[in-house]
Design a protein around this ligand. Structure first.
Ligand SMILES: CC(C)(COP(=O)(O)OP(=O)(O)OC[C@H]1O[C@@H](n2cnc3c(N)ncnc32)[C@H](O)[C@@H]1OP(=O)(O)O)[C@@H](O)C(=O)NCCC(=O)NCCS
Length: 166
């Protein structure tokens, strides 16, 4: 067993070859599972807390200053399942790229499903299961994640008269 403390935690810089693109000042804490990294692009100062699981198969872009909390999981592809006669594991993958916008904050223990875009400055609450896009500067929580508010009043979507949210 390992005890990680404030004094023993390791801040590990991403190296230039750890992904298709690695910006300045990107790091993770202690450990990360980092798969299909040739399809991952990191902007500047992207941070992962400890124990994240990240699969870039279908394409993953994380923009400047985005912050991913501990034990968050990100995948970018689904199994193809359309053939009844072939085991799912042999049907290949359907790529669905994920994007995490500039200065977004993804809390601890989240699951980001394939195909999702998390907008600039958005917050994804701890434990959220993100199945749909999160608008810029929205705060989304829960399973499935739902927008509960916006960080700034002027970030709220404007509706035409008579238009309703679905
Ligand atoms: C999303 C978050 C930032 C919202 O904080 P906040 O603006 O102070 O929100 P509040 O505490 O006022 O909560 C607002 C409502 O959302 C609910 N809520 C807040 N966070 C939630 C979450 N993660 N999952 C489900 N519901 C949540 C609250 O219960 C509350 O519901 P109510 O209106 O029915 O009472 C915060 O709750 C959170 O999840 N932080 C992540 C912490 C973390 O992961 N830290 C790791 C550092 S990288």
């Amino acid at each position: 067993m390992t005890m990680i403390t404030d004094s023993s935690k390791r801040v590990i810089p991403f190296r230039p070859n750890d992904a298709k693109r690695v910006g300045q000042g990107c790091f993770y804490l202690d450990d990360i599972t980092w798969l299909n990294s040739a399809n991952i692009e990191l902007g500047d100062r992207v941070k992962f807390n400890s124990g994240c699981w990240v699969n870039g198969y279908g394409g993953l872009v994380i923009e400047d200053d985005a912050n991913v909390g501990p034990r968050t999981l990100i995948h970018t592809a689904n199994h193809i399942t359309s053939d009844r006669d072939t085991p799912i594991a042999f049907q290949g993958w359907d790529s669905k790229p994920v994007r995490i916008g500039r200065d977004a904050w993804v809390g601890m223990g989240c699951i980001i499903l394939p195909g999702v875009t998390i907008g600039e400055g958005a917050i994804v609450g701890a434990g959220a299961l993100v199945t749909k896009d999160v608008p810029p500067f929205a705060v989304a929580v829960g399973s499935p994640a739902q927008v509960i508010k916006y960080r700034f009043p002027d970030a709220e979507p404007r509706h035409e008269a008579g238009e309703v949210d679905n």
